[in-house]
Design a protein around this ligand. Structure first.
Ligand code: ATP
Length: 304
């Protein structure tokens, strides 16, 4: 189990993280979400042992994670961290980057393992390509494969699919997260992308103002977002009194009701339209099957 115990940390006098406390079971997938600058990357760095802690402790099983004051080389063999910068060797091939840390005493195993990982990140066509010639998204995939090469017990991922186009992202995400589950690798992923968390995270941790303001399953957080900040992670939402936070897909247009609104804009959204309407004095957003004309009077119902 990973234990983060009452950790308070700041780069300067300002606290970036305050009294952070949570546990992660072996094999669990935890997503960390929060606004830009809320401390997600900092938390990953602390778990990795990149900084010394003055307040609080972090343990993996019985071992305390210690910073540079105690370790000549930062990090531990059982943990890998894929940063937003990737840290690859640009002048060697994809294959060589991934296999670099695998034992050269078992060349067949090394080759097999490298091929397996290249498949997980779908880079078969680039195995022999030098990393400096790859796109940002391809580099990101090499970094993930390299982190997995020695089967760490914990994997820390910072915005792992941010450079990858939507076309490839869905499949890649499933490959990587399913691989981690099969191998029982604990994963902590800092992300802005709801799709990294919704279908894969066992728990989501929400950071705000240096503190954990929620920790729950994706289903519970989605169904009952306590704050607009949490709802905003999942999609378009409104705050409509007396109902509170209402997702755009929970507002229905009906033939007649007590709640009247006027259409202001319609945005095409793929399999639906997002209708912006004026309700009392506020703008609200409604997910609807069809486009509606501006200034049309509509009646709405809220189904939470
Ligand atoms: N090395 C550093 N020195 C000083 N301040 C830092 C350093 N790294 C981060 N910070 C500050 O700490 C705060 C948290 O940064 P952090 O990168 O952890 O946020 P984040 O939630 O990961 O952001 P993002 O989503 O944009 O990646 C920010 O105010 C940032 O400016």
């Amino acid at each position: 189990m990973l234990q983060v115990k009452n950790v308070t940390f700041g780069y300067t006098k300002t606290k970036v993280l305050n009294a952070i406390d949570f546990n992660v079971e072996a094999g669990e997938n935890i997503a960390i979400i929060g606004e830009s600058g809320s401390g997600k990357s900092t938390l990953l760095k602390l778990i990795y042992g990149e900084y010394d802690l003055k307040h609080g402790q972090i343990y993996w099983k019985d071992e305390e994670i210690l910073g540079p004051k105690h370790n000549l080389v930062i990090g531990y063999d059982f943990m890998k961290y894929v940063t937003q910068e990737f840290d690859l060797m640009p002048f060697t091939t994809v294959e060589e980057n991934i296999s670099k840390y695998l034992s050269r005493f078992y060349p067949e195993d090394k080759q097999k393992r490298t091929e397996e990982l290249i498949k997980v990140v779908e880079l078969e066509a680039f195995a022999k390509t030098k990393v400096k010639l790859l796109s940002g998204g391809q580099k990101q995939r090499v970094a993930i494969a390299r982190a997995l090469a020695k089967e760490p017990e914990i994997l820390l991922l910072d915005e792992p699919f941010s450079h990858i186009d939507n076309f490839q992202k869905q499949g890649l995400r499933r490959n990587v997260f399913n691989y981690l589950k099969v191998k029982n690798i604990t994963c902590i992923v800092a992300t802005h992308d709801r799709n990294d968390a919704l279908g894969f995270a066992d728990q989501i941790i929400v950071l705000n103002n240096a503190e954990i303001i929620a920790k729950d399953t994706p289903q519970n957080l989605y169904k009952n977002p306590k704050l607009p900040l949490i709802a905003s992670f999942f999609g378009e939402f409104n705050v409509i009194e007396p109902y509170g936070i209402v997702y755009a897909n929970q507002v229905k247009i009906v033939p007649k009701s007590q709640l009247k609104a006027i259409v202001k804009m319609a945005y095409f959204n793929g399999n639906s339209w997002l209708i912006e309407a004026k309700y009392n004095t506020i703008s609200i957003f409604i997910e609807h099957d069809f486009e509606l004309k501006k200034e049309k009077i509509i009646y709405i119902e809220i189904s939470k």
